[in-house]
Write a protein that binds this ligand. Structure first.
Ligand SMILES: [Mn+2]
Length: 424
């Protein structure tokens, strides 16, 4: 199903008076906001295909009705989100779950929905039917050369799918590591992984990037072969300029200072981009901003500071994606909430008085620095983000629209109780 722009217009007309008064108050407080609104309008967050259905946990899964059962339906779902917020104009595919049967048809559908293809993701964390060698003890790190070769070939295959679709990056996340002391020779595992990544890197088209994603633990619980940003950066530096470090917010040990990691990776020109989510304990894959919204703001504050210092284009020069899993919420509602949280954190970062912050830092005025951050963070920017949506032709309140227009009911009527392959 597709949303009619007339429906959106009617929704916006109903909310316009209230919005206008909120927005004009904000402008009277903050001055002209056009430059910020323009940046917000350009900012797009990719939606991963695996977040469109219920993910579940190790203990069970409670799928909801109307979930997408095919790649075409996944595209439709992201198209729907994008129609509602005009900030979700890209989809990230996962191979082998999302192999198109007809590339031209998929490209055409994406173009109609105004969607681009974000990074393509390889999968060497589970065995596929008919696979010659098992990844039980790792993939690119594996002690057996034939297993490594199989994983390398898979990644090169993923690049080929991405080229057909117009993607420009490959994200490599490895479950490789060890669960018990003594299981692995760390140095050999690193070397094997590096050699494998080098072969994949050599297969990248000229304008492509390789995103090396790290994760502190899980599924391996003693060591991960790309376990933190330092290890990822080692690989990225050894591989070359096309390789960069991808930060997934849920992939750190508790209380890691992610904003500092971001600042330093940007300084080195080695930040690839983001997988947004939130967590209380580990890789919880919760809704962005649901647990630690202040941390999200601090991260965006460093992103904007660092990207501006490097003369980077906020909208284009890093990969922005949500990586979440939904167990108790409607996945589409959750994704609307996540995008909203990201836009608010970005808006806050754009509002920061960077000169004043810099002056406070230079004067060791700790209180002033903290006050500047806090004052900005507590500014209610909901009307600012809504104004950007309004100017883009999106819905003033996407979540309200989704509920009032009974979108899930319509999807269910169309699809029945489909299920989707997920599991990240
Ligand atoms: Mn991720």
């Amino acid at each position: 199903m597709r949303v009619d722009s007339k429906q959106i217009q009617q929704h916006n007309e109903r909310g316009l008076a209230k919005h206008a008064s909120r927005f004009s108050f904000l402008q009277s407080e903050l001055g002209n906001l056009d430059a910020i609104i323009e940046k917000l309008m350009k900012f797009q967050v990719a939606i991963p295909s695996w977040a469109l259905g219920t993910g579940g946990t190790r203990f069970g899964r409670f799928p909801g009705p109307g979930e997408p059962g095919s790649l075409e339906q996944k595209l439709d779902d992201v198209g729907l989100l994008h129609a509602l917020n005009k900030s979700s104009g890209a989809i990230s595919l996962h191979i082998p779950w999302d192999i198109p049967k007809d590339y031209a048809a998929i490209r055409k559908q994406a173009a109609e929905l105004e969607l681009k293809f974000d990074a393509v993701n390889s999968n060497t964390f589970q065995d596929q039917p008919g696979q010659a060698h098992s990844y039980k003890f790792g993939s690119l790190q594996h002690v057996n050369k034939a297993t490594r070769k199989q994983a390398i070939d898979h990644n090169i295959e993923v690049i080929k799918h991405g080229v057909e679709l117009g993607s420009e990056s490959l994200t490599v996340w490895l479950a490789d590591g060890s669960t018990f002391p003594g299981q692995l020779n760390f140095r050999k595992a690193f070397q094997n992984t590096l050699e494998s990544l080098e072969e994949i890197y050599a297969a990248l088209p000229a304008d492509w990037k390789m995103f090396v994603e790290y994760k502190a633990f899980e599924p391996n619980f003693y060591s991960m072969t790309v376990g933190d940003w330092g290890q990822s950066l080692l690989y990225a530096n050894k591989l070359g300029p096309k390789a960069k470090t991808l930060v997934d917010l849920g992939h750190h040990l508790p209380n890691a200072n992610i904003e500092q990691i971001v600042a330093l990776l940007l300084m080195e020109g080695k930040l690839a981009g983001f997988h947004f989510n939130d967590s209380k304990y580990g890789d919880d894959d919760l809704t962005v901003g649901s647990i630690k919204p202040y941390q999200l703001f601090l991260i965006f504050n460093e992103l904007v500071e660092g990207m501006d210092a490097n003369g980077m284009d906020h909208a284009k020069d890093l990969g922005w994606m949500i990586d979440a899993s939904h167990n108790v919420k409607d996945p589409l509602e959750d994704l609307l909430q996540s995008v909203e949280a990201i836009m608010m954190a970005y808006a806050h970062a754009l509002l920061m008085d960077r000169k004043a912050l810099n002056a406070a830092q230079e004067n060791n005025d700790v209180v002033a620095a903290q006050e500047l951050l806090k004052q900005t963070f507590h500014t209610d920017v909901r009307a600012l983000v809504a104004e950007a949506r309004l100017r883009s032709g999106a819905a003033l309140n996407p979540l309200q629209f989704f509920r009032e227009e009974k979108i899930r009911e319509a999807l269910t009527k169309e699809r029945g109780t489909n299920t989707i392959a997920t599991g990240l």
